[in-house]
Design a protein around this ligand. Structure first.
Ligand code: LLP
Length: 432
């Protein structure tokens, strides 16, 4: 009935997730409520790990891109499943440290890492610094020197690959704020400059072509371009880079229109291309990192809301107002993202009513979805928005001083809070 594996309908006609009745969850924990299914997350982690074993001799590691959902429990799960971590800020580093994550398995990204963040990352034992620009390279070298440390670095390269995805989440092309361009020689010059620096060691090259990508071809092309670049560096500078980080971006199912490929297909195809390039150029087969974020948590999550109002505007549309909105899910307002909405109170019934799901913020654009087909909605019903595990909580805000919702993890019929609901006290705690 549902494409997301963890969802079902029980004998009461209620939507269930991970064996838990969503209406019971709403009653116990309140709404809005983020709910995540632990099995889906762990299974996805395992399929990435096993794809390396199956197709690449285990010569690599997936890093969980924690920007998709950074919290201590996700760091613990990533650790238990043998993944590393991709972090992009001091806050994400702090979260990992607090969760007891092995920091040598952490890659630090970002196009403007501050001096304080770099110091904190070095102190915390972050394993790899993915350098975005020359200023950062010099700053990192200086700070590492001051701290009498030598750090391993990678360079973020723009491979010039155009992935077919939303403009805001596309990053591999030359006009991007991230990384060094290959075509202009910028990337090569950065590598050259590094050779003379004392406190940084270049061990890896990185690229990330975008997010929510279904086509494997652009990933393969990017991997080939990166291997060519490793070869060029070896020929011209006599240095062989032995680690390749190919980023994240694997697409998930938001609605039936999306057709994600099984995640292990990625390594199946990319490993062939990388090995062929290694043979062609006489290079060692590199250790590979990938950085999935959305695909690890996205489909595992749903958000539950309570309907507080319904407004029919004849011949125009029917608004259904929920007790959350752009503060817990800004993705429709920002990217017009498609979501499947289910009336969790009547999940077994035919979705025969077209509604616009509106949030409670003072903002006309605060919509979660337009023209969503749901079973007839009444005030008091519980609505579920599917595939909200990634980039929802992590992009949440306190606009209109609305507290962020709680997050609950479910596992085979048992639920537990992993992030507490914010209180009004939390809202004013930094006000003087
Ligand atoms: N690695 C790097 C360097 C990245 O920039 C990203 C995502 C990832 C890995 C993880 O990509 P994923 O596997 O999650 O697609 N807020 C947007 C998505 C922004 C993605 C930013 N970078 C959204 O809600 O769709």
């Amino acid at each position: 009935m549902f494409t997301n594996d963890c969802l079902n309908v029980n004998e009461k006609g209620h939507l269930t997730i991970g064996g838990c009745d969503t209406l019971e969850l709403a009653k116990e924990y309140g709404t809005p409520l983020y709910v995540l299914d632990e099995n889906v997350i762990r299974q996805t982690c395992r399929s990435y790990v096993s794809s390396f074993k199956k197709f690449y001799n285990g010569n690599g590691m997936p890093l969980y891109a924690s920007k998709a959902l950074s919290c201590k429990e996700l760091c613990r799960i990533a650790k238990e499943e043998g993944l590393g971590l991709d972090v992009v800020s001091g806050g994400e580093i702090y979260t990992a440290v607090q969760a007891g994550f092995p920091m040598e398995k952490v890659h630090f990204h970002g196009n403007n890492k501050t001096a304080d963040e770099l110091r904190f990352a070095i102190e915390s034992g972050v394993g790899k610094f993915v350098v975005d620009n020359l200023h950062e390279l010099e700053l990192l070298n200086t700070i590492a020197g001051e701290m009498s440390k030598k750090v391993n670095i990678s360079f973020r390269i723009k491979p010039g690959v155009d992935a077919h995805t939303h403009n805001f989440i596309r990053t591999g092309q030359i006009d991007s704020k991230f990384g060094f361009a290959l075509e202009t020689g910028e990337a090569f010059n950065a590598v050259k400059e590094t050779v003379s620096l004392e406190n940084v060691v270049l061990t890896e090259l990185h690229c990330h072509i975008g997010s929510q990508i279904f086509d494997i071809e652009p990933f393969v092309t990017a991997a080939e371009i990166m291997m060519d670049f490793i070869s060029e560096i070896k020929q011209k500078l006599g240095v062989e880079i032995k680690e390749l980080n190919l980023g994240g971006g694997f697409g998930i199912m938001y609605t039936e229109k999306d057709e994600p490929v099984p995640y292990e297909k990625y390594m199946e195809k990319v490993s062939v291309a990388v090995k062929a390039k290694a043979a062609e150029h006489g290079l060692e087969i590199p250790y590979i990192f990938i950085e999935p974020g959305r695909s690890i948590v996205g489909e595992a999550g749903i958000t539950l809301y309570t309907v507080g109002g319904k407004k029919n505007i004849p011949n125009i549309r029917t608004y259904v107002s929920i007790d959350g909105g752009m503060t817990d899910n800004v993705r429709y307002a920002l990217y017009q993202s498609d979501y499947k909405v289910v009336n969790a109170s009547k999940a077994g019934e035919e979705p025969n009513e077209a509604v616009t799901v509106a949030g409670k913020c003072c903002e006309s654009g605060d919509l979660i979805q337009e023209n969503a087909m749901v079973a007839e909605v009444e005030v008091g019903d519980t609505l579920a928005v599917l595939s909200t595990g990634a980039y929802n909580y992590s992009m949440a805000s306190n606009y209109n001083r609305i507290p962020r919702p709680a997050m609950v993890m479910v596992n085979n019929g048992v639920s537990r809070v992993i992030i507490k609901r914010e209180s009004y006290e939390d809202i004013v705690k930094n006000d003087i």
